[in-house]
Design a protein around this ligand. Structure first.
Ligand code: FES
Ligand code: FES
Length: 166
């Protein structure tokens, strides 16, 4: 092995975290983003690549239950934590109530914004099942949708809230 290659490999660190309930590990470069790790190493492509600057929300995941933009989150910083992606929200093969509500209300057209809209809604409704329209809009403010005009998204959030409140 060449000296350059050895130096390059020395830069890599051992990474381990629970992703969608499953313990995962990898050898990663310290500068790798969580988004690249999820998509390229773990093949969880439900997390979308958008602006790459933390503005659009397409890359949203939950880290220990809190929303985070994975494009600007170093993978190394989630060492030992619990990461939930859009793929991990369902349980026992049943879509999460938020996913069901978005499907019933035709909340999406292209679906590119789905990770941010769905996971942010799940986080919001874990705190309150009776959010005001203002609270919903505030929570979703960091997520851009180019297709829907947001009305179907608002309907879906209200429907999910009502179902979870029951
Ligand atoms: S891709 Fe991460 S916020 Fe846009
Ligand atoms: S449904 Fe296309 S970006 Fe939201």
């Amino acid at each position: 092995m060449s000296e350059n290659m050895e130096e390059l490999l020395e830069d890599f660190i051992y990474w381990q975290a629970r992703v969608n309930g499953r313990l995962q590990d990898a050898e990663i470069h310290p500068a790798m983003s969580l988004l690249d790790l999820l998509r390229d190493e773990l093949r969880l492509t439900g997390t979308h690549m958008g602006c790459m600057t933390g503005h659009c929300g397409a890359c949203t995941v939950l880290i220990d239950g809190k929303v985070a933009k994975s494009c600007i989150t170093p993978a190394a910083s989630v060492q030992g934590k619990a990461v939930t992606t859009l793929e991990g929200l369902a349980s026992d093969g049943e879509p999460h109530p938020v996913q069901q509500a978005f499907a019933q209300e035709s909340g999406f057209q292209c679906g590119y914004c789905a990770p941010g809209m769905v996971l942010t809604t799940a986080e919001l409704l874990a705190k309150t099942t009776d959010p005001s329209d203002e609270e919903i809009q505030q929570a979703l403010a960091g997520n851009l949708c180019r297709c829907t005009g947001y009305q179907s998204i608002l309907r879906a959030v209200r429907k999910a809230a009502a179902r979870l409140a029951d």
